[in-house]
Structure formats: structure tokens, C-alpha cells
Design a protein around this ligand. Structure first.
Ligand code: ADP
Length: 279
């Protein structure tokens, strides 16, 4: 095996990106992208997760990047109200799209490369591999406290490429499941993958875990509840928590869209276009 790719080292190495978290799911539709987006948003808006350690002594809010390499259905731009934005090419690589005015949440997605939201990507292995390499080596993130990576469901070529390139930077992973998907072989395959490639799992999140009635606030266990916790216990993983089915999530996404439209009308920058990397 060759040594680390120099372009990737330049972007991610030497402490430029402090923590890399890969978000995985055994199958599609369990909310992996939603969890990745919420994770990125909440870290960038409220600070470090309570258990995280940072070498930074600054009290400033962290800088977060989210990289969406879900070639089969890149949904991060839509979830962050950034649909239709395009990647800018500077002399120093691709400039990410920023989700906030303060430029603390940088976003890069294969979705920004597609002409329309309904276009799909049908690429063979080598092209996918080249795309992953380019995303890791060509994006001008600057310094980041966290890089969250949304991946396709299951374990595919993309995961293998990602892991090969990221191994020198000690990434970790989070597994997302739903109560009804918890017993599926797909989850066990994802777990097996992380063990085979030596990717440490921070823990497991159970999404769509019960439904909280907006009128009486009682939680109904539509598809059962607690299976994720049991799976975590059985497999020796940390259970990070459960997220209920929340009709408000769709509203939040709509609000993000409204905000994006407002921003466009006001002419405020949604991306950093100063033309140089911040060191
Ligand atoms: P995946 O990335 O696993 O394919 P997504 O994050 O795209 O899944 O979620 C699939 C759909 O379910 C999306 O429309 C998303 O808005 C919705 N969704 C995800 N989690 C929740 C939740 N906790 N409550 C309500 N809707 C959710």
C-alpha cells in the first residue's frame, strides 16, 4: 500500500482537521443524512459535543465541515437549504458553500455538481474513487474542528476508498439505525466492515424512535423502541441516544429553504469567495 496522498495531507493533515466523523447506516432511508446534517448544525451552533476533547484553548465556536459523498442520493444541500448552489473553483481548489453568514459551517456535496435535483449519478468504481479522492484533496476547508462525512447506505466502493484515504487521519464513525431496521443483517454488515478496516465506532444512534404527538406530547412507539440500545449493548457499542419521528423536521427543512431564498434576495454571501485559504 502507498503512503498518504500529499494533496489530502495538505488539506486534512498536520492538525488542520481535528476530528473526522463518518456517518454510516446499514440501509437507506433510516435518516443517516438527517443525522449527519443535525450533527454538523448542532456542533457549529452550540459548540463541542459534551464528551469531545479539543486541543484548542479558544472559546470561539467550532468550525465544521460537512462532506456529502452519498453519490446515490446527495441530500445534504436540500437539508441545509442550499439546493441549487454551485461549487466555486479558485486557484487553490474548490471553495465550499457556507451554510451560515459567519462561515462556520462549510458544505461540500456531490449534489452541487449535478445539474438538477432529480439527476442521479451512475458511476463505476474507478470514477467514484477519483471523485472521493478529489473531494478529500481539492476542497479548501481551511482549519476545521470537525469534518462530518455523509456516506451512501451500506458498505460500498465509496466506503472502501474513503477509508483508504482517511486512515492516516484517524477517522471515527457513527452508525444510524431505526427500530425496525435494527435486527437487519445490513447493520451487522456495517459493523463487520468497521471492525475489518479498524474504524473505531463512536457509537450508535436510533432514529425514528417513537412518535411524539404534537398535541399531547405522548410518545407512541410506532416501530418499537429500544432495539438500537439492545443492539449497542450486544455488540459492545456506546448507545448515543434516540431521535423520535418528528414532523417538525420537515418544517425545519422548509425554514432552511426560506432562509436560503431570503439570503439570495439580500445578496448576502453563502460562500467564502475571498480567493485564498485561511491559515
Ligand atoms: P438516509 O440518509 O438514511 O437515506 P434521510 O436522512 O435522507 O435518510 O431521511 C429519509 C427521510 O426521512 C427524509 O425525508 C427525512 O427528512 C426523514 N426523516 C429522517 N429522520 C426523521 C425523523 N427523526 N423524523 C421525521 N422524519 C425524518
Amino acid at each position: 500500500q502507498q503512503g498518504p496522498d500529499p494533496k489530502i495531507v495538505r488539506r486534512l493533515g498536520n492538525g488542520r482537521v481535528k476530528n473526522i466523523i463518518i456517518v454510516l447506516s446499514g440501509k437507506g432511508g433510516v435518516g443517516k443524512s438527517s443525522v449527519a446534517a443535525q450533527l454538523a448544525l448542532s456542533i457549529s451552533e452550540t459548540g463541542m459535543p459534551p464528551s469531545a476533547t479539543s486541543s484548542s484553548t479558544s472559546t470561539a465556536l467550532p468550525k465544521v465541515g460537512i462532506l456529502d459523498v452519498d453519490l446515490t442520493g446527495p441530500s445534504i444541500p436540500r437539508m441545509l437549504g442550499l439546493d441549487g448552489q454551485q461549487i466555486l473553483q479558485s486557484s487553490d481548489g474548490w471553495v465550499p458553500v457556507y451554510a451560515d453568514r459567519e462561515q462556520r459551517l462549510a458544505v461540500m456535496s456531490v449534489g452541487f455538481l449535478l445539474k438538477s435535483r432529480n439527476e442521479s449519478v451512475v458511476w463505476r468504481g474507478p470514477k467514484k474513487n477519483a471523485m472521493i479522492k478529489q473531494f478529500l484533496g481539492d476542497v479548501r476547508w481551511g482549519e476545521l474542528d470537525y469534518l462530518i462525512i455523509d456516506t451512501p447506505p451500506g458498505t460500498s466502493d465509496e466506503h472502501i476508498s474513503l477509508l483508504e484515504y482517511l486512515r492516516p487521519f484517524s477517522p471515527t464513525a457513527v452508525l444510524v439505525t431505526t427500530p425496525q431496521a435494527v435486527s437487519l443483517a445490513d447493520n451487522l454488515r456495517s459493523l463487520d466492515f468497521t471492525r475489518k478496516v479498524g474504524l473505531p465506532l463512536v457509537g450508535l444512534i436510533e432514529n425514528m424512535s417513537g412518535y411524539v404527538c404534537p398535541h399531547c406530547e405522548e410518545c407512541t412507539n410506532v416501530w418499537g423502541r429500544g432495539g438500537g440500545e439492545a443492539l449497542a449493548a450486544r455488540e459492545g457499542l456506546k448507545f448515543l441516544g434516540r431521535i423520535p419521528i418528528d414532523p417538525g423536521l420537515v418544517r425545519v427543512l422548509d425554514d432552511a429553504k426560506e432562509e436560503a431564498i431570503k439570503r439570495a434576495k439580500e445578496g448576502a454571501p453563502a460562500r467564502g469567495d475571498d480567493g485564498k485559504e485561511t491559515d
